[in-house]
Design a protein around this ligand. Structure first.
Ligand SMILES: Nc1nc2c(ncn2[C@@H]2O[C@H](COP(=O)(O)OP(=O)(O)OP(=O)(O)O)[C@@H](O)[C@H]2O)c(=O)[nH]1
Ligand SMILES: [Mg+2]
Length: 448
């Protein structure tokens, strides 16, 4: 269903690949085309606007890596941004261990695919997690709804509970009792859908939720309804504290906007997508795979990732040389801080370097502080960054104001910078004798 976006983006990249470097001029057309592609795919306008701003800023701010062409690098930037919009990583269901009953409440509009999804989810949890699943039919309004759920349960090879076939809240309550008594570990409640949001329906599902206190409340949205799905999801989320979204009919020929907008606007993750009418047509939602499917350019993305790694290594070598010659300046320091933020949470990074965690135990890593340090350096002119000795009186006041900090904080940064510069020099001398030491110890810069 994402073909439309894919096609438009492929054209965009063809245009930009011929250019020697990324400039405002040569990405303008590409950015405008991406904008149109997303709007045509029915992505929410605010989401599109933020996306475009972020991509532009990153594309112009990024240094071009020598071994890839700007078009390739631009694809990587767009890909990263797509992933961040879709939600970074896949999100599992959060259920209790199988010695207690976990409850999943399924809600959504009429025809969105709730009953079908209930069956798929049962099959998924049974096959992947060996769960003992019970389905309950809380839709008593549509004449054939209960029969449909029983059929769905049969296909998924799980049991169904129908209760008194009259009162959804009572059915839900009794289903919980029945499940506990018979050692089921997972109960999925299929609820009634209506054509539009109406008070009665919301009230009913809210009461069921209050009664059974579900572990997961999954909102089922038909991806074919585009932006409409987002508005509805918002209303459900206000009433029900939705914990995740399942986008159905992802296999259909829709424009795909819902997938982009829903996570951004509702702030809840898409956990699964429905990809067929069959019982096994449910897939975990992997943002990076979707992004690369959209771009149809997975190879390029991994090529750039590799090149970036080489680039980072070259950059580290360049810095090391500067430090040896005591040329390390605040601009380099800023670049180091940026590299560090790019690599993700510092705690994780430290864990990746053998022996680093112990060394860092007394060091308080504060990402907010890093942000502040970056802001201070960013408020300096290039000249000041190269020669911090210039920073006196009015210059210092200007920097403090620019970064929204006190003069004392600017002084602190400068002190730390000077100290670390000396320390780095010492370390570099040591490193000459110890070739296996990690490349650079930034710990002194991070101490409060
Ligand atoms: N192609 C495709 N069809 C789907 C998918 N999910 C559901 N459907 C179809 O959508 C239609 C409606 O599905 P139901 O599961 O009955 O929807 P519902 O939300 O339970 O509907 P009500 O109970 O009437 O509110 C059926 O024809 C399903 O086969 C999907 O992921 N892909
Ligand atoms: Mg149904």
């Amino acid at each position: 269903m994402l073909d439309g976006i894919t096609r438009s983006l492929t054209d965009v990249f063809k245009t930009i690949s011929g250019n020697a470097k990324i400039t405002e001029n040569n990405i303008n057309k590409a950015i405008a085309d991406i904008r149109i592609a997303l709007l045509e795919a029915d992505v929410n306008i605010t989401v599109v606007r933020n996306f475009i701003n972020d991509v532009t800023e990153k594309a112009l701010g990024e240094k071009v890596i020598r071994s890839v062409n700007p078009g390739q690098q631009f694809i990587k930037i767009v890909s990263d941004e797509l992933v961040s919009i879709l939600g970074e990583k896949s999100q599992d269901l959060v259920l209790k261990p199988t010695n207690t009953l976990s409850i999943i409440l399924i809600a959504g509009l009429q025809g969105s695919g709730k009953t079908t999804t209930t069956g798929k989810l049962a099959r998924y949890l049974k096959t992947n997690d060996s769960r003992k699943v019970l389905l309950a039919a809380c839709d008593v309004y549509r004449p054939a709804a209960i029969d449909q759920l029983e059929r769905v349960a049969e296909i998924a090879e799980v049991d169904a509970f129908v209760g008194d076939r009259k009162n959804p809240i009572k059915i839900a309550k009794e289903a919980v009792k029945h499940a506990k008594r018979n050692n089921y570990d997972t109960l999925i409640l299929d609820t009634a859908g209506r054509l539009h949001i109406d008070k009665e329906m919301m009230e009913e599902v809210r009461k069921i939720s209050k009664e059974v206190k579900p572990d997961e409340t999954l909102f089922v949205a038909d991806s074919m309804t585009g932006q409409h799905a987002v508005d509805i999801a918002k209303e459900f989320n206000d009433t029900l504290a939705v914990s995740g979204i399942i986008l159905t009919k992802f296999d259909s020929d829709t424009r795909g906007g819902a997938a982009f907008s829903i996570k951004q606007i509702i702030g809840k993750p898409i956990k699964f997508v429905g990809v067929s009418e069959k019982v096994d047509g449910l897939e975990v939602f992997y943002p990076d795979r979707i992004a690369s499917r959209i771009l149809g350019m997975g190879d390029v993305v991994s090529l750039v990732e590799k090149a970036e790694k080489v680039y980072d290594e070259e950059e580290a070598a360049r810095l090391e040389k500067k430090i040896r010659k005591a040329e390390f300046n605040l601009q380099d320091f800023l670049e180091q801080l940026e590299q560090m933020s790019k690599m993700g949470p510092l705690e994780n990074l430290m864990e990746m370097i053998p022996g680093m965690k112990q060394q860092m135990q007394n060091v308080n890593i504060d990402e907010k502080q890093i942000k502040q340090q970056k802001a201070i350096i960013q408020s300096m002119t290039l000249k000041e960054r190269y020669d911090p000795r210039l920073l006196h009186g009015s210059r210092k006041r200007r920097v403090a104001r620019g970064a929204g900090v006190s003069i004392l904080q600017v002084d602190n940064l400068l002190k730390k910078f000077n100290k670390s510069k000396q320390m780095m020099k010492k370390m570099m001398k040591m490193k000459g004798n110890m070739p296996n030491m990690p490349d650079m110890d930034m710990s002194s810069l991070l101490k409060r």
